[in-house]
Design a protein around this ligand. Structure first.
Ligand code: ATP
Ligand code: MG
Length: 395
């Protein structure tokens, strides 16, 4: 616990996306996402945009670890720099303040450094290069353990003369990506497994706002299995922001497929109905894409032939960010975003309950479509019922 007060953080973001008119959309979304993230941190914070910079400030006490914990989960941030903000009281005062800054910031003053001063305000009496030399000298005099290294310094000390004076040297990496809300909306098919939360996280990282749909099959799947999905949705919402989770009762549809279609095609046909329902809800909720955790060859329902059959029912693009990932790569991300422990809890999954011992690994689309006709007399009604009677949970 490191209690802080009266502190400013400079928020850095990837300028590469900030061309022309899109710049303010990106910045405004980032300010909004930061503001939302800070609602979870104790203390009062101001987030403001000033001359192509975003700052977070506070006059109250707060826990810096908690603040950084929240900011490092806001997509779009590339770095967070604790910054000393000074009024311009002349260059002599600045020298004193920079000496004090080093004492306050570093317990151990044995390191190499480089000054990087920038005079954004050209009427400042000392130019950038002179400032580098003069401030560097003052620090060398004040701290015998310091040495200058212009090529590979341990610490880069930045001083920026703007409307006020900003001094910073530490940079905590952000998650990168784009602020949520700068791309479209997409519907994630969220099972209780390992893959789908990671997939939703990855797409949200590109600025996409997420909704989620979960298919359960009570009484074959338990309330605890549903709670697990709610927990996973909560975990990813730390990154993605608030979301709606649509919970579909899939039991009747699953039973009908089980009774009327070949057992080895059950999973594929089931997956096709999941995609159809997800797409229907997606379109109703202004989502312009679906997201799944599929990865080529991971299981029988994810061979290329199976993916062809599943994909054939969708009009919307299906985003499959894990398509070429090995399991371990997915596990690594799940651990990083803290979904792993929840995902591996051993609750039943509606996909595995009726599953055949030997599911087809090379389904043929025409054959699957033919067998789906076995459901013609009942499926329409069941789909409508499943969609209309869904539960919607605010996460
Ligand atoms: P996961 O680890 O995400 O459960 P999986 O490896 O178990 O994936 P499948 O069961 O074949 O894979 O499902 C593939 C994808 O289909 C999942 O990643 C998910 O996006 C979606 N999906 C599967 N089952 C469900 C379900 N019950 N509810 C919502 N989506 C599901
Ligand atoms: Mg699964």
């Amino acid at each position: 616990m490191s209690n802080q007060s009266n502190k400013t953080y400079l928020i850095k973001y990837g300028e590469i996306f900030l061309k022309g008119k899109n710049r303010y959309i990106f910045e405004d979304a980032l300010v909004a996402r930061i503001t939302e993230a800070l609602e979870r941190v104790e203390g009062e914070f101001r987030v403001h945009k000033f001359l192509a910079r975003i700052y977070v400030e506070s006059d109250t006490d707060f826990d810096e670890d908690e603040l950084l914990g929240a900011l490092t989960k806001v997509f779009g941030i590339t770095a967070i720099c604790p910054t000393l903000v000074l009024e311009d009281n002349g260059f002599d005062d600045l020298k004193e303040q920079v000496v004090k800054y080093i004492k306050d910031t570093y317990e151990d003053t044995n390191f190499t450094f480089k000054m990087l001063c920038k005079r954004a305000r050209k009427n400042y009496p000392v130019d950038s290069q002179e400032m580098n030399c003069l401030l560097g000298e003052v620090l060398l005099d004040a701290y015998p353990g310091l040495k200058v290294d212009v090529h590979n310094p341990d610490v880069l000390i930045k001083v920026e003369i703007r409307e006020r004076v900003y001094v910073y040297s530490k940079s905590i990496p952000g998650p990168g990506g784009m602020p949520v809300g700068t791309a479209g909306n997409a519907m994630a098919l969220l099972s209780g497994g390992l893959d789908s939360p990671v997939a939703a996280y990855m797409i949200a990282k590109r600025g996409v706002k997420i909704e989620a749909v979960y298919f359960h099959a009570p009484p074959y799947t338990s309330e605890r299995a549903k709670e697990k999905v709610v927990d996973l949705a909560k975990k990813i919402s730390v990154y993605t922001g608030k979301m709606k989770l649509h919970v579909i009762n899939f039991t009747d549809i699953q039973m009908a497929i089980y009774q009327k279609c070949p057992p080895d095609e059950l999973t594929i046909i089931m997956r096709r109905y999941m995609m159809r329902i997800a797409e229907h809800i997606a379109k109703e909720n202004k989502c312009i894409g679906l997201i799944t955790g599929e990865s080529i060859g991971q299981v029988a329902s994810q061979t290329m032939q199976s993916l062809l059959c599943t994909n054939a029912v969708c009009e919307l693009p299906v985003y499959r960010p894990l398509i070429a990932f090995d399991k371990q790569d997915i596990v690594d991300i799940a651990e990083k975003i803290d979904t792993y422990e929840t995902s591996v809890l051993p609750y039943e999954d509606c996909c595995t309950i009726f599953v055949a011992k030997h599911p087809v690994t090379k389904p043929i689309l025409g054959v699957i479509e033919m067998h789906e006709h076995n459901l013609d007399d009942c499926i329409e009604e069941m789909l409508n019922k499943a969609i209309n009677e869904r539960e919607v949970i605010d996460i």
